[in-house]
Design a protein around this ligand. Sequence first.
Ligand SMILES: [Zn+2]
Ligand SMILES: [Zn+2]
Length: 324
Amino acid sequence: MPAIFLTTLYEYSPPFYIAVVFVCFVVTCGLVLGWFGLDVPVILRNSDDSISETFISRRQMVQVKNPFGLEIANPDATTITTGVTLRPHCLEETTLTCYWGCSVQRVQEALQKHVYHFRIMTPGALEEALYREYQHREQHAIQKESKEDILVQLPEDSKMEDFGPVPRTRYPLIALLTFSHADDRELYPIVSMLSVIHVPDRSYRLPCRIIYQYLLTAQGQFYDLKQLYMSTTEHNSESPGGEEIPDCSRDRELLEKLGLSEELPDDGGKDCVVCQNDTANWVLLPCRHVCLCNGCLTRFQHCPICREFVQETFPLLSRTPPTG
Ligand SMILES: [Zn+2]
Ligand SMILES: [Zn+2]
């Protein structure tokens, strides 16, 4: 059939015949070259992996040392009656002050006060900003770089069984970490860390966890510390949802890494979920999955794990530096 068609075409008009054969040859060459990944016009290539590099803005990392760390030891066995075992680990001598049943509105107002004029660098400053609207307060001195467990508990005579129906007007527990010595505040950009902790009680039984962790700077900013989702380290897979902080969102992601930088493995593991041949070192925003290597990053506009559209990305400095 093609032979008859070509013969008829040749008899009809030889130049037209030559032109048709030439076009067919060029298209075939284009397809073959495109198959091998050579640089050919997009129109001749498989269309499912168009280069998206121009659409994703890459953000510069700012590395900041966070002197405060706080974890919950054994969160599954924690209730309002057993108390919460906190495990602070700080680079300097620190004061841990815990407030039970703190007004949600007052805490948010306190953060805003920190931004405007009233820096929260000491427990006293926070108490003033909260108008002392909490039910119980306790304080512990934390030694430099110690990782001892500290049990914080409501007093037995408080008879508290829950913090009211959901949605709550009170946070179960607020943990504030501040420097014990005023001169340490000169050494770090971050002057305090405020953690909001959920504690299961009679009316709301989700396991104990840190809901928010705010880093407060001497210049009057605060950042919501977030976890990154990576394949090689075990992290809490629950994302702390809820309200975002628009003022600080620009830098928030840059700080996300701070609390985690020590946990990042430096083993150069080949954990890119696409090629499995290189280190995943790009953080995709807003989903915070770390799943792509340098080579694969440019091929995706959507996160390969959760399919969320990638708006921005930044590299992890502690892993392989980007070559592209
Ligand atoms: Zn890859
Ligand atoms: Zn994702």
